[in-house]
Design a protein around this ligand. Structure first.
Ligand code: ADP
Length: 159
């Protein structure tokens, strides 16, 4: 069985993440979308909130599971028996950091193969950071996020 993991902060999930998930789900028998729990990183949404947003958005994708993990992705992948790590690439900056991460993961888990999917042109400028920046100032975020999660974002910025 080909099992892959797509890890990230997903704070919040964007249409760019969703596109990578849709495409990766076609390539593997099971895709685990895993929220990274990083106690040192300040996030807008808690891990439980981010998981529930992903569950809502991915509910119609039968071979996609949502989970969370703390620590190293390579270790988590080993623990759940995933042989592939999916990463999205938007630009050369992503490539530089993702390539380094891939080299490190190869040392940590030699059987884990990283699979890079190039971002769709429409999603190149989308990031969770940009969503939060625009939302802070009340701008339109509809083209950046799955609409099901918009109320949760709006709620956070309601003052
Ligand atoms: P992190 O906070 O760890 O950078 P993200 O949730 O932002 O995690 O990203 C997780 C993965 O999704 C990374 O491989 C990243 O390059 C990719 N990604 C993020 N935004 C996009 C996008 N708009 N299009 C394609 N891939 C993306």
């Amino acid at each position: 069985m080909r099992k892959a993991i797509y890890g990230g902060s997903f704070d919040p999930v964007t249409l760019g993440h969703l596109d990578i998930i849709r495409r990766a789900a076609k390539m593997f028998d099971v895709l685990v979308v895993a929220v990274l729990e990083n106690p040192n990183k300040k996030t807008l949404f808690t891990v439980a909130e981010r998981k529930s947003h992903l569950e809502l958005v991915l509910k119609d994708m039968p071979n996609v599971e949502v989970d969370s993990f703390e620590g190293l992705l390579a270790e988590y992948a080993k623990n759940i028996g995933a042989g592939f790590a999916v990463r999205g690439l938007r630009n050369a900056v992503d490539f530089a950091s993702e390539y380094q991460m891939h080299l490190i993961n190869r040392k940590l888990a030699e059987d884990l193969e990283t699979v890079f999917l190039a971002a769709d042109e429409e999603h190149i400028s989308l990031s969770s950071t940009n969503v939060k920046e625009v939302a802070t100032f009340g701008g339109d975020i509809d083209f950046m996020i799955p609409l099901e999660i918009k109320p949760y974002i709006t709620e956070k910025y309601k003052k």
